[in-house]
Write a new protein. Sequence first.
Length: 118
Amino acid sequence: VQLQASGGGLVQAGGSLRLSCVASGTIVSSNTMGWYRQAPGKQREFVASISSGGSTNYADSVKGRFTISRDNAKNTVYLQMNSLKPEDTAVYYCNAGSFGGEWVHLPWGQGTQVTVSS
């Protein structure tokens, strides 16, 4: 099983980025999928999740700014990030796991770096 995130980069505060996560097999269509992030010197934290039925859940810090979506046919999960802030700077990862982000199913794959400048 592989999880590969992409789409990160350097953006100014207030800007936008769209992250993608491609998973092998039927992981995306069969599971709740989530995005997580890890800033330097901090623990990895939950960002957002989307259930197999399409329900979504967001961390309070990103509500109203980030949108998670999925394309089962492409085995891909997306994270649209708007109104980015310097505190959003982190490596972003995706995984299959619980709706609230308390646990994940799979080994962590490659993340993608997001850097927001002030």
